[in-house]
Design a protein around this ligand. Structure first.
Ligand code: HEC
Length: 171
């Protein structure tokens, strides 16, 4: 109770004592928030977003089996594991090659507007903030192109040659 009654008094005293300096220091403190983000910030957030949004689960071969212990240089090079269901068979594509071949604007446009086939969680990219998408772009672009293109989509009546996961009846 005592602290409550003393605290506002202290604040007023502090404001009165420092006057304009109080105001200046307040505005000064806000500067870093709106400041230009560094390349390191963009790289770190892009890496974080890819890690946390689960992109490696499908787009990096062996990632779930290794408990995520795959060097970043191998991330997002795609996986030849097919995903078969009523939609046909899809493959988690090589995003290192894709991102190397599109502009940042194209990347954001496709991420926000494309409904890919299952099990690609396209709604995650649709709902992702533009700044997070552009950071992912920055990070993957910095890693550079790597790996090979993955197998092409197969319609439902064609059998995949390689390994695949089958969804009974779809989801
Ligand atoms: C559950 C598995 C899975 C997860 C998780 C996943 N993807 Fe996919 N992704 C796929 C599959 C399968 C395709 C192919 C879909 C198709 O052919 O329509 C795909 C396609 C894509 C494409 C289109 C690529 C192209 O060449 O046109 C992009 C871009 C993409 N994913 C980005 C991401 C990102 C970024 C994340 C993380 C937020 C992510 N994916 C998470 C499985 C997944």
């Amino acid at each position: 109770m005592k602290a409550r009654s003393i605290f506002p008094g202290l604040l007023i005293a502090a404001a009165a004592l420092t006057g304009a300096a109080f105001f200046v220091s307040c505005t000064h403190e806000k500067v870093p928030v709106s400041a230009e983000r560094t390349e390191q910030d963009r790289y770190a957030n892009g890496e974080y977003m890819v890690r946390i949004a689960g992109c490696n689960d499908c787009h990096t071969a062996g990632y779930p089996e290794a408990g995520g212990d795959v060097p970043v240089e191998k991330w997002l090079t795609g996986s030849p594991l097919g995903w078969r269901g009523p939609w046909g068979t899809t493959y988690a594509s090589n995003l290192r090659l894709l991102i190397a071949s599109v502009t940042e604007e194209e990347w954001v446009g496709m991420a926000h507007n494309t409904k890919w086939l299952p099990p690609m969680p396209w709604y995650i990219l649709r709902d992702m903030k533009e700044s997070d998408l552009t950071d992912i772009y920055y990070f993957v672009k910095a890693l550079g192109p790597a790996g090979e293109p993955m197998p092409r989509y197969l319609p439902p009546d064609q059998n995949p040659e390689g390994p695949y996961v089958e969804f009974p009846g779809g989801f």
